[in-house]
Design a protein around this ligand. Structure first.
Ligand code: 5AD
Ligand code: SF4
Length: 451
């Protein structure tokens, strides 16, 4: 059911125009204009500051709305109260001081961030915005569980996202970041290992933002959690996904150097190689900061290899911005990557940005980027030929007598091997490489099938 939005506009024509824009931004997240504040789910005062009296009028209106807000809340409802326009700009702090029950004070430059502000205001009161974003599982869900066997298990440790990248619906649909308490995670990891897991992937939308509160009140970061899970006998491999570049901290980098069970493969989405685009995406990292993190990770674990996510054709992306993405890929090198054409999601700020890119341009950029990424994957796979890699054999292949597993770098490796070796780690000599998988032969010296 549509939520009711009442906007009261004071002053000039400019404000009338702005109020229309506000309604336009909030429409896709489920707000419909109502001509009365009574029973509204959100009331916005678009204010005028031209005379002292004009500002005072706003404060007395806020006083009246306070009563309506309290009334709505006593019935279990919620009224978000916002102040924008010139009073917000000139006397924002005074509004917050004199009317602390106002949820949002925002200037005209920030209308495009309104969905984010509304989501944040709702969260502060423990509510999640009830928005019907059409789901697009390609973008919005956690990484799809690949053929999960008992040997390679997933363990959710964190959910939700507070980053509000301007193209993304996850912060609205999945709510605020939440980390599970560490004791529960470690206990579940033990259960998985007892049930035969050799590899555990710690999962979260922003897994490296993990900050679980332990029973003794201490806060664990992801590095601490990894170290504890690594103590579990019988567990051979740990991975974690998905990470936000700006939140890779020194503890995590050190863990890559010190925890042997932590695999040398990391999915670290960058999205674009242009600072202007990253900024428009509201990503909290620059290209140089990303490269810096990669350099530190590689110093800690020299064989660390990366995968990433890219979006091409973000609104306003110029040819030069796109070339910068290709340059970044050349500089950093990725052994695998997911790349997408920007897809407009109504309700997200980017959907209303100027400079939307034609489909044909997006398609051409995507093809060029993918061609480059494919050569890097193939190069990496070809370099494995002749090497012996430990492979966790976790499923049967297409042909009888074949097993498939993952190398430490997540490469799929196809081996002729007896089914008794399923769910074990075996050394495999790599004999052939393609863009998506490797072929190999058992080299001996792996784990025995049964203890
Ligand atoms: N358009 C294109 N790609 C998107 N992603 C998320 N939202 C969008 C969108 N609107 C991509 C990002 C993210 C991955 C899971 O999906 O690259 O990292
Ligand atoms: Fe979406 Fe950005 Fe959060 Fe990833 S970090 S889930 S892209 S908002």
């Amino acid at each position: 059911m549509a939520k009711k939005l009442h906007i009261k506009t004071y002053g000039c024509q400019m404000n009338v125009y702005d109020s229309e824009r506000i309604a336009e931004v909030l429409g896709p997240i489920g707000f419909e204009l109502s001509d009365t504040p009574d029973d509204a789910d959100m009331v916005i005062l678009n204010t005028c500051h031209i005379r002292e009296r004009a500002a005072e009028k706003v404060f007395s209106e806020l006083g009246r709305l306070r009563g309506k807000k309290a009334e709505k809340e006593s019935g279990g409802g919620r009224m978000i109260l916002g102040v924008t326009g010139c009073v917000a700009q000139a006397q924002g702090e005074e509004v917050t001081r004199r009317a602390p029950y106002v949820d949002m004070v925002f200037g005209p430059q920030t209308y495009h961030r309104l969905p984010e502000m509304v989501a944040r205001a709702a969260r502060e009161h423990g509510h999640v915005l009830d928005i019907d974003f059409p789901e697009d599982s390609k973008f919005d869900s956690l990484p799809p569980a690949r053929n999960v066997s008992g040997a390679a298990a997933f363990l959710a440790v964190q959910e939700g996202c507070d980053k509000f990248c301007t193209y993304c619906v996850v912060p609205y649909t999945r709510g605020a970041e939440y980390s599970r308490p560490p004791e529960g995670v470690v206990a579940e990891a033990r259960i998985l290992v007892d049930a035969g897991a050799k590899e555990i992937t710690l999962l979260g939308q922003n897994v490296n933002a993990y900050h679980g509160e332990a029973a003794d009140g201490s806060e664990w970061n992801l590095a601490r959690l990894i170290r504890d899970v690594a103590e579990i006998d019988g567990l051979e491999r740990i991975r974690y996904t998905t990470s936000y570049p700006a939140e890779i901290n020194d503890d995590l980098i050190t863990a890559h150097a010190e925890v042997a069970k932590l695999m040398p493969y990391l999915h670290l989405p960058i999205q674009s190689g242009s600072d202007a685009v990253l900024n428009a995406m509201n990503r909290q990292h620059t290209v140089d900061a990303f490269k810096d993190v990669v350099q530190k990770l590689r110093a800690a674990r020299p064989d660390l290899s990366l995968s990433s996510d890219f979006i091409v054709g973000f609104p306003g992306e110029t040819d030069a911005d796109f070339e910068a993405t290709l340059k970044l890929v050349e500089d950093v090198t990725f052994i695998q990557a997911y790349s997408f054409k920007y897809s407009s999601r109504p309700g997200t700020p980017a959907a209303l940005m100027d400079g939307q890119i034609p489909e044909a341009v997006k398609a051409e950029r995507l093809a060029r980027l993918q061609a480059l990424l494919d050569t890097q994957s193939l190069d990496f796979n070809l370099r494995a030929v002749g090497q012996v890699l430990p492979v966790l054999l976790d499923r049967t292949g297409k042909h009888t007598g074949q097993l498939i597993g993952r190398s430490p770098y997540m490469q799929a490796v196809v081996v002729d091997a007896p089914e008794a070796l399923l769910h074990t780690i075996q050394n495999v000599t790599i004999t052939q490489a393609g863009p998506n998988s490797l072929m190999g032969e058992l080299a001996g010296g792996g784990q025995r099938a049964c203890a």
